[in-house]
Write a protein that binds this ligand. Structure first.
Ligand code: PLP
Length: 398
């Protein structure tokens, strides 16, 4: 009998969203006439921008003709997209990158896991708590038992302290999922300095950077001097342009970034991708390219503004009701302190039973998330308003 990879047996059950679903279905069967509003899963609700749709249609037409048909593309991605990324996302912030430092992929989730795989399993790892659960899971799958959880609490404004000990791999996420907090330039400078002093690598997840509204907050870790020597950056079109179903993202792996024995991570990633990754499709990359046109930028920014307004509205109204609310600015997530220190799942049940509104229990993102609750701004404006109305009418803060 084939032997299992025992690392996988160390994973906790992926119960968060399945438990939410089970509880929601139970509620629906008992209350068939009630409309349940989900502000739970961080998935977008607006359709793709018209400019993106047009680019996809045009790309499909190209595929239909012998002269313009495309087969396998370069694993790293097409230069037409990489050029636009470098010019629009990086050069505008004073960051210079070569084309072979940007890798197009089919979602950041896969790259976060893939790049972690290039590093030895005996590395020490630091992960924020609470956090996007995939960071923890991929490290467990790789057999890393030496994981330090950096506590993000209201006492430290959800930005953990720099570790006192040596850590090899650090996962940072700003704007953060689930707390909605962002790291300032000064905070990020300290992490980069720590990584340089400790020869650590920072896995910098900035898939929500489009939600940043304050110019003083970095969108990219490479806005910090010296970061290219210590950081990989992950960006995605999922939330930026509603591509959660289309699947397109990119990772920046600078050539200056070296691991033990002066090995280039960029070369290693290239090698790994050529063996394991089949490239994002031409149609998808054409769709992503379209967002960099003048009209494309206008359309995706309108969609982001729509979600930002949902977040602002939720935060404002929940605060008026007396809730303590974090996030909701520079982020599509509102991070709510449960009233009277209720456990996250008890609050979930009470909110569902009284208001038919679904959110995500904070404890699902780590133990420091206990007593918190995440609401997303990705629903429709109408549903967001209705959810708040339901909470106002039917939920009493004791
Ligand atoms: N990083 C964070 C913090 C996320 O919340 C998500 C998705 O929700 C991802 C990465 C993965 O995004 P995708 O694989 O859709 O690009």
């Amino acid at each position: 009998m084939a032997k299992v990879n025992e690392n996988f047996l160390e994973l906790e059950d992926d119960y968060l969203f399945s438990k939410i679903l089970t509880k929601t279905n139970e509620f629906k069967s008992k209350n068939p006439n009630k409309k349940v509003i989900s502000l739970g899963i961080g998935d977008v609700s607006l359709p793709l921008a018209p400019t993106v749709i047009k680019a996809m249609h045009d790309a499909v037409d190209e595929m239909s003709k012998k002269e313009t048909f495309k087969g396998y593309g370069l694993v790293q991605g097409y230069d037409f997209l990489i050029d636009k990324i470098i010019k629009t996302e990086y050069e505008t912030r004073g960051i210079k990158l070569d084309n072979d430092e940007v890798f197009i992929a089919a979602g950041s989730k896969g790259d976060l896991a893939g790049i972690s795989e290039l590093l030895s399993s005996d590395n020490t790892v630091a992960i924020m708590d609470p956090v996007y659960p995939a960071y923890r899971d991929v490290n467990i799958m790789l057999g890393r038992s030496n994981i330090k959880y950096l506590e993000a609490t209201k006492e430290n404004d959800f930005i953990p302290e720099i570790p006192k000990e040596h850590i090899d791999i650090i996962y940072l996420c700003s704007p953060n999922n689930p707390t909605g907090t962002v790291m300032t330039k000064e905070q990020l400078e300290k992490w980069v300095q720590y990584a340089r002093e400790n020869n650590s690598i920072i896995m910098y997840d900035s898939v929500y950077e489009i939600f940043i509204t304050d110019d003083s907050i970095p969108h990219s870790i490479y806005e910090i001097e010296g970061a290219k020597e210590v950081a990989v950056e992950f960006r995605s079109y999922s939330k930026l342009a509603g591509f959660t179903g289309v699947r397109c993202s990119y990772s920046v792996v600078p050539k200056e970034l070296k691991v033990s024995n002066n090995i280039s991570l960029n070369n290693l990633w290239k090698r790994r991708q050529s063996a394991k990754f089949g490239a994002a499709s031409y149609i998808t990359q054409k769709a992503a390219e379209a967002i960099y046109s003048k009209q494309g930028q206008k359309e995706i920014k309108e969609n982001i503004a729509y979600y930002q307004e949902n977040a602002r509205y939720m935060k404002q109204e929940l605060e008026k009701m007396g809730f303590t609310v974090y996030g909701g600015m520079h982020s599509p997530y509102v991070w709510l302190k449960t009233p009277n220190d209720m456990k996250s799942w008890d609050f979930f049940d009470e909110l569902l039973n009284k208001t038919a509104v679904i959110g995500t229990p904070g404890v699902g993102f780590g133990k420091c998330g206990e007593g918190y609750f995440r609401l997303t701004a990705f629903s429709s404006k109408e549903d967001t308003k209705e959810a708040i109305r339901q909470i106002k009418e039917n939920f009493r803060l004791k």
